[in-house]
Design a protein around this ligand. Sequence first.
Ligand SMILES: O=P(O)(O)OC[C@H]1O[C@](O)(COP(=O)(O)O)[C@@H](O)[C@@H]1O
Ligand SMILES: [Mg+2]
Ligand SMILES: [Mg+2]
Length: 328
Amino acid sequence: MSLDLTGLSLGPELTDVMQRLTQVGAELQRLIARNGIDGDLGASAGTNAGGDGQKALDVLADEAFMAALQDSAVAYYASEEQDDILTFGSGALALAIDPLDGSSNIDVNVSIGTIFSIYPAAKTAEASFLRPGSEQIAAGYMIFGPQCTLIATFGHGVLQWVLDPNSGRFERLADLPRMGPETSEFAINASNKRHWPAPIQAFIDHLIAGADGPRGRNFNMRWIASLVAETHRILKRGGVFLYPGDSRRGYERGRLRHVYECAPIAFVITQAGGAATDGYHPILDAIPDSLHARTPFVFGTAPKVRRIARYHDHPEEAALIPDEHLHR
Ligand SMILES: O=P(O)(O)OC[C@H]1O[C@](O)(COP(=O)(O)O)[C@@H](O)[C@@H]1O
Ligand SMILES: [Mg+2]
Ligand SMILES: [Mg+2]
């Protein structure tokens, strides 16, 4: 057993799938630590279904998860790296996965990870994933960084484990506390500013104006370009993340993928007391129209996420709403 699930009643199928996911995670952390010794995990390795360039580690991670899950309770496997949903058998579960998130960071030794999302299998492969994220029964991510951490939700708060490199086992830590309402950090790829829609431009302009602007206080910015690392920081110390749709060709719906990136992160964040939207509507209520569909994505501390929605309704007043009026 690679994962301490003591005291959790997940049922035999989900327990087994979590064990298999974390076995692969522990192996990926080991391989990543040896990058450059045997080969280059950041080397180009083709193009995936979504048209993104693949790195050697993208392909290797996808193959490792596929091999580990083929004879498990996973009936349907939907991966960022596969054109179509794969059918493994007649098990009770459907698993969507971003096998390697943050690939642009592989060759610069910055945190990367795996994002997973689990549903009860539906009648067909498509129906198992093209459904509201609120129907997920489990979701989370592993981060491959200074520590290998697993964050997961099974619908009752957010749990965390850390991989003990001595034993190869994920040890459970205290559950994550709920996110507080206060925060002063935001995350967005600001190089795209000229392409953003007006409400996002106004929101960010007001944050950057700091104490001299309508918000009347200073804010701080971070951008790692690994969704897992950004999520982890926001879970631990609050803040807000934005990848809006923009006017670049192919980015009308942003960059991030609904099924295997945004829905699972939204499940984790809302279970931690935060909020997750497409800028306006809750992500967990939306139904993606295809496996690799993109969605604009805003998540983090709930009042901040709600304020961004207000910039769409009332851009002139949104900056002036007191935080305490955004608690619901
Ligand atoms: O390079 P950009 O446009 O800032 O995008 C960064 C985003 O792209 C991603 O790397 C996409 O994920 P993949 O590496 O799985 O394709 C996210 O982790 C990150 O938030
Ligand atoms: Mg990703
Ligand atoms: Mg990926």
